[in-house]
Design a protein around this ligand. Structure first.
Ligand SMILES: Nc1nc2c(c(=O)[nH]1)N[C@H]1C(S)=C(S)[C@@H](COP(=O)(O)O)O[C@H]1N2
Ligand SMILES: [Mo]
Length: 514
């Protein structure tokens, strides 16, 4: 066999083997919720991308959803290419040597398994049907083993199939039939690609693309957000759909007595109901990544006290079944308003909001409210979470914010209609400090007038405010809103605050009265 032919045949066999391996991963993911490199590779990599690079990348590819799609397709392309190159090396070796399972299984199964396992170590515990982290890791490793075995067997058998001499006549052995067999291998590749594409389509349908980034704002805003309109943010391509039979909540780390709760046991503990508003750290001044719900669950301190944290404990690190992590001070975890909740507005948590249980930690940005919680790890001061590794923060306390929901920016009113009053409406949110006062200005902040608090909410929620505005006459008006929190602090624009700690400032709209 010539060197060129060995390389070419090797590449083809490796590429097809890579394709079959990828299809295996898609099958494992869609049938058994197994985490595969297709998605956890991106999770693992994204913590190395600093927050500003992450945002500019996101902007350049056209948003978080596109970035996720790009991530998955890059991994698939990478797998096929690496498969092809592996095949080329195999082809070269096969020119002179013989294929022995002991060797190929070491090179194409055990070695890659070790390398990938080491690299993906922190995210191996991911499991989309909700297995606890340790069992999830075993399942992920099993999935990788299966996928790499499919690669190794396909590579060896395909290469043998393509190059096997049909009739051995002197040196002619590889010539005519090889083309036809390569064609057969390519047909197999096409079939696999077709199956893979169908699986991808199916996964695409359940992917988060349709709802990640859902906002709740404008005229529809009510005191309590309907569950199906609650804003939504997720790092995942496909969100977990936890099976309660698999799921456990573990309390681990710096504790005297580790604890494990099944869902029914969690639900049997004395519960509290608490209205709490959530807002994403990346919520823009005019944006709707903010919603309010009535949550039901167990105070986290009940779970922590049962496990007896050690004196060295300083933080909790929370783990979702999707390998999402985040942290906050133990002191905050012990606050009676920090909850592990399983109901939202009287319903079990919807899948996309964290079924079967999530954390509610009033006053902190949405990212700390970990969904699909499976482990509360009591940790020391050095523990950090997913977005913290990207460099978000250091401040995660919600600054006081307010927004117009009505009228729309750049609305036009006729002055005779405007004389009867233009309804200004909106929300204001002060983290866990409450809102004591909302003011609006119709002259770009020169003078302020008191708005009415139609829905005063609680210390932990937003307020809904309104103001009946009678414009003095035709003009272009710049409207501004500002809120005062429950501690008397007036909303401000903090120039010093980095965007990684969330935006501050004022929502302004322009209204034309003609
Ligand atoms: N497990 C897990 N929890 C998570 C996230 C995630 O991707 N995975 N996203 C966080 C972010 S950034 C926000 S803003 C809130 C959004 O919660 P919601 O989708 O229920 O509104 O969930 C947080 N909790
Ligand atoms: Mo967020």
């Amino acid at each position: 066999m010539t060197r060129r032919r060995a390389l070419g045949t090797g590449f083809l066999a490796g590429f097809v083997a890579g394709l079959l391996m990828t299809v295996t991963m898609l099958l494992l993911a869609s049938l058994f919720g197994v985490a595969t490199p297709l998605v956890i590779f991106g999770d693992r990599l994204s913590v190395f991308i600093p927050a500003d690079t992450f945002l500019s990348l996101m902007g350049r590819v056209g948003g978080y959803n596109h970035m996720k799609q790009l991530g998955v397709s890059s991994v698939i392309a990478g797998q096929l290419l690496v498969g092809g190159f592996g095949g080329m090396i195999y082809g070269l070796v096969m020119r002179s040597g013989k294929s022995r399972f002991a060797v190929t299984s070491f090179v194409f199964v055990l070695l890659p398994l070790a390398v990938v396992a080491i690299f993906l170590w922190p995210v191996l515990g991911t499991h989309y049907l909700g297995l606890p982290i340790n069992r999830g890791s075993v399942v992920t490793l099993g999935g990788l083993l299966a996928a790499f075995l499919v690669f190794e067997r396909s590579l060896v058998l395909l290469f043998r199939f393509i190059t096997r001499p049909r009739i051995q006549i002197n040196d002619q052995e590889f010539s005519p039939p090889i083309g036809r067999r390569a064609l057969l291998a390519s047909v197999l590749a096409l079939l696999a690609a077709g199956g893979g594409a169908e699986l991808l389509r199916r996964l695409y349908r359940i992917a988060t693309f349709s709802y990640d980034g859902t906002q709740y704002k404008g005229r529809i805003v009510q005191p309590i957000t309907p569950n199906d309109q609650f804003y939504c943010v997720t790092k995942n391509v496909v969100d977990p759909q936890v099976n309660p039979a698999f799921w456990r909540l573990e309390i681990t780390g710096l504790v005297k007595a580790r604890q494990t709760y099944r869902l029914d046991r969690l639900k049997s503990l004395p519960a509290v109901e608490q209205e709490t508003t959530l807002m994403c750290i990346s919520n823009g001044l005019d944006a709707g990544l903010m919603s309010n719900a009535l949550w039901k669950g167990v105070p986290m301190n009940v779970l922590l006290n049962a496990a007896s944290p050690l004196p060295s404990a300083a933080k909790v690190r929370l783990h979702g079944v999707d390998n999402y992590t985040d942290t906050f001070p133990l002191e905050k975890a012990m606050d009676p308003t920090t909850l592990v909740v399983y109901e939202m507005d009287g319903q079990p948590l919807p899948d996309r909001h964290g079924f079967p249980a999530r954390v509610i930690v009033p006053g902190y940005f949405g990212e700390k409210h970990v969904k699909w919680i499976t482990r509360i790890e009591v940790a020391d001061e050095s523990a950090i979470g997913f977005y913290e590794k990207q460099g978000w923060g250091p401040d995660f306390i919600v600054p006081t914010r307010s927004r117009f929901d009505q009228p729309d920016n750049y609305s036009t009113f006729r002055s005779d209609a405007a004389a009867n009053g233009i309804a200004l409406r909106g929300v204001a949110f002060g983290g866990d400090r409450g809102i004591s006062r909302v003011e609006v200005s119709v002259d770009d902040g020169a003078t302020w007038r008191e708005a009415k608090l139609d829905y005063p909410g609680t210390k932990l929620t937003w307020v809904l405010w309104s103001y009946d505005w009678r414009p003095a006459g035709p003009d272009n008006y710049t409207l501004v809103v500002r809120a005062t929190d429950g501690e008397g602090e007036v909303q401000e624009w903090d120039e010093e605050r980095p965007f990684k700690s969330g935006t501050t400032g004022f929502h302004k709209i322009t209204v034309y009265v003609t």
